[in-house]
Design a protein around this ligand. Structure first.
Ligand code: R7I
Ligand code: MG
Ligand code: MG
Length: 310
């Protein structure tokens, strides 16, 4: 049980550490990221962690169940415009604040297509943790949570892939880990992923056998704010550096582009895999509002424990 609690804490705090460190480089060209700068940078977390906090607060308040109006209200209440939200998400949250039903504005975003940004994936690790033994519930709930802001199928599928990666990481033993099995299991998730995700999972499998240059990885997997161009590289950065939290984050930030979000997602997977003991304590201690995130992670663990004992 202690190890499981470690993993819950590791994933939530690993996600916030990745977001806070990555934020310093968001939007940068990968060759401008210098390894000597990458040491003990704390700083503020961004929208990624703020939205994850909303997911945690709402699911804990609702005993692990989805409550759309409550979660949307929580996102709106927490919204802080200085934390670098995506423009589509800002507009959705402002319309809900102005009285729109919680499930209306997201459907109308991007000319009715819905957002395929990575905003649904970056906040979803609590669901991967809470439902790591129940994939059907995990997929159903991830989809419901995504729909508040991201109705495009690619935005929702990215969140499902990320939540499943966190759940798989919780279920893996670091002493006996096989990255190829991990990818095989992701490919077997009973959810119809669009070809863009299927092709990228195939590429990851190939790259694990013979890693290409960073330029090629960035070009083929993508490093931008859309879900299909960020979730796969976060998974690859975890799988190719799984035994070392620092290396996972460094790989994610070194790639440039949407560094806060890619490091947040790879940090969530690595934290679920290595546990909080895999993250140096002094890195966690400098995270803004660390106690709040730690308390929420503990509440989530208690909720899981309660459900598991039933
Ligand atoms: O997905 P979202 O919440 O943004 C998250 C990103 C992360 O990197 C955070 O760290 C923060 O910096 O922002 O916000 P959205 O605005 O829904 O999506 C992000 C961006 O993806 C949009 O601003 C668009 O540029 C693009 N995008 C689309 N472009 C065309 N058509 C998203 N959906 C579409 C689309 O359907
Ligand atoms: Mg951000
Ligand atoms: Mg980002």
């Amino acid at each position: 049980m202690k190890m499981m609690k470690d993993r819950f804490l590791g994933s939530i705090l690993g996600s916030v550490v990745g977001d806070s460190w990555g934020a310093r480089y968001e939007g940068s060209y990968h060759k401008s990221v210098r390894i000597e700068d990458f040491d003990l940078v704390g700083g503020r977390y961004t929208d990624d962690s703020e939205m994850m906090k909303g997911v945690l607060e709402s699911i804990c308040a609702n005993k692990g169940e989805f409550n759309g109006p409550d979660m949307a209200k929580t996102f709106v209440r927490n919204f802080d415009h200085t934390r670098g939200y995506g423009t589509g998400t800002i507009s959705v949250l402002m319309q809900i604040k102005d009285g729109d039903p919680w499930d209306k504005p997201a459907k109308e975003a991007f000319y009715g297509e819905g957002s395929l940004g990575n905003g649904a994936a970056m906040r979803i690790c609590p669901i991967g943790l809470l439902y790591h033994q129940d994939q059907e519930k995990l997929i159903e709930m991830t989809d419901q949570i995504s729909m508040i802001t991201h109705t495009h199928r690619l935005g929702r599928q990215g969140a499902i892939l990320q939540a499943c990666a966190v759940a798989l990481a919780v279920n893996c033993d670091p002493r006996d880990f096989e990255p190829h099995d991990f990818i095989e299991k992701l490919k077997k998730i009973p959810h119809k992923f669009s070809p863009v995700y299927q092709k990228k999972l195939d590429k990851i499998e190939t790259y694990l056998n013979s890693p290409p240059s960073p330029d090629r990885i960035i070009r083929e997997l993508g490093v931008n704010v859309t879900a299909p161009d960020s979730v796969p590289i976060a998974i690859y950065n975890f799988l190719s550096n799984s035994s070392n939290f620092y290396e996972v984050l460094f790989a994610s930030i070194y790639c440039g582009g949407d560094t806060d979000t890619i490091a947040c997602m790879s940090g969530a997977i690595a934290g679920a895999f290595l546990g909080i003991r895999g993250i140096p304590r002094n890195w966690i201690d400098i995270v803004e509002d660390v106690d709040t995130f730690q308390n929420l992670a503990e509440n989530l663990f208690e909720l899981w424990l309660e459900k598991a004992s039933k």
